[in-house]
Ligand binder design. Structure first.
Ligand code: GDP
Ligand code: MG
Length: 439
């Protein structure tokens, strides 16, 4: 998916703004990339439409290129598609929380039982596993072994008892032991069949579970859409767990589940170890799909800090070399809010990394600057040339702010340097001149 999208962004190089015309080709690339990632067609259609609608209406943000902007829009839509926020597990208000796991054979249900118990232990909750896969003796043994591994009790009743009866007994046992969470393992088939569905319905009726989670293998791709829909209609699920994400390179399943069923992915399995289960973060997943973390955080910070009008206003001032101490202060403060100029510049390739010590240093010097700018007259703030031309004025500022004259001179020089630097950043190559300070 990532490489398919690369070509979409590259087609916007050199463009000024996003228009209906210039996004047409990138949108075709995005559509193709999603289909290749095995996302189901209706989902792709709706997605592409949503992205196009937004892209055309979006305004210009200073310093952000159209391709970066499109990356951001695609990212935000991906996050939305996958449910937006993290969906936490729900716990019962009283009595044990019951989690029923369902899914096809081999998707990782039994493994998830133990991983989930291990995960809940970290949340301070006790759990008990119930062996409800009675069709293969090996399945019960597997659950017992995994239970020992994560040190949680496993309730078994052999292979001759009906799963719904095992469920009932297990629940009684858990209540007796004051267990917080009961996790019910069930049998899977290679394909959805009536026998499996009827059995699950019966187990669900007996357990009255808080969560019914469909375990889905991430490699299933768009098949996952139909699977989730069927289970949701037949049994009624509360969410899904996506397993084997460590092996999936395409992401189709992750993108389809929520859109087709309305039910969120709650957890993901990323390996065979007991620790490899974690909450599903739509934003991280989108980031992983796009592989563009740096661009995203850059655009986000730029948006956050600069209101659009503000930015345009500032841009005009910079272009006309009117960048004064008021703007300087506004800009420096905005940058400090961004987590310091240096850190932002660190995101731009070739600017190098900065250390926390350097950031602290930058924050300290902002305080000093603020003190000096505060005591300037409105005229001086608007026309920094006044300060450049008169050492008397600089001496006065130094005295009133309790700084040295040298510090004031530095500040004035810095403003003019910043003018030049910003003009260059804006792509105006001729730059400006830095005046020498007159006495
Ligand atoms: P079940 O039939 O649904 O109960 O599936 P199992 O729990 O028996 O798992 C089937 C196989 O998938 C086992 O070999 C597991 O080790 C493996 N497996 C389960 N979850 C994951 C995962 O997240 N990543 C990987 N790589 N393998 C997994
Ligand atoms: Mg199993």
């Amino acid at each position: 998916l990532t490489s398919g999208l690369e070509s979409a962004w590259s087609k916007l190089k050199g463009e000024e703004v996003l228009t209906k015309e210039n996004i047409a080709e990138p949108m075709r690339d995005i559509r193709r990339a999603l289909l290749e990632a095995d996302v189901s067609l209706p989902v792709v259609r709706r997605f592409v439409q949503a992205v196009s609608d937004q892209a055309v209406g979006v305004g210009v943000i200073r310093g952000v290129k159209p391709d970066q902007q499109l990356v951001k829009i695609v990212n935000d839509e991906l996050v939305k598609l996958m449910g937006g926020e993290v969906s936490e597990l729900t716990f019962a208000k009283s009595g044990p929380t019951v989690i029923l796991l369902a899914g096809l054979q081999g998707v990782g249900k039994t493994t998830v039982c133990a991983k989930l118990a291990n995960y809940l232990k970290k949340l301070g909750k006790t759990s008990m596993l119930v062996a409800g896969d009675v069709y293969r003796p090996a399945a019960i043994d597997q659950l017992v072994i995994l239970g020992e591994q994560v040190k949680v009790p496993v309730y078994t009743a052999g292979t001759d008892t009906k799963p719904s009866e095992i469920a009932r007994q297990g629940l009684v046992e858990a209540k007796k032991k004051n267990i917080d969470v009961v996790i019910m393992d069930t049998a899977g088939r290679l394909q959805i069949d009536k026998g499996m569905m009827d059995e699950l319905k019966e187990v669900k009726r007996v357990l009255n579970p808080t969560e019914v989670l469909l375990v889905v293998d991430a490699m299933t791709g768009q098949e996952a859409a139909a699977l989730v829909t069927t289970f949701n209609v037949e049994i009624g699920i509360t969410g899904a767990i996506l397993t084997k994400l460590d092996g999936d390179s395409r992401g189709g399943a992750a993108l389809s589940v929520k859109e087709v069923s309305g039910k969120p992915i709650k957890l993901v399995g990323r390996g065979e170890r007991m620790e490899d289960l974690e909450p599903f973060y739509p934003d991280r997943m989108a980031g992983r799909i796009l592989g563009m973390g740096d661009v995203l955080s850059f655009v986000e910070k730029a948006q956050e800090v600069m209101k659009q009008e503000d930015a345009e206003d500032l841009q005009k001032k910079i272009m006309s070399a009117k960048f004064d101490f008021n703007d300087f202060l506004k800009q420096t403060r905005a940058v400090a809010r961004m987590g310091s100029m240096t850190r932002v510049l660190g995101m731009i390739p070739g600017m190098g990394k900065v250390t926390p010590a350097q950031i602290r240093e930058a924050e300290k010097s902002l305080k000093i600057m603020e003190a000096m700018i505060e005591v300037m007259t409105p005229e001086e703030k608007e026309k920094p040339e006044l300060l450049a031309e008169s050492s008397t004025r600089r001496k006065r500022v130094a005295q009133e702010s309790g700084k040295t004259e040298q510090q004031v001179s530095q500040l004035v020089a810095q403003l003019f340097q910043m003018r030049v630097r910003m003009k260059n950043l804006m792509g105006v190559m001729e730059g400006g001149s830095i005046p020498a300070l007159n006495n």
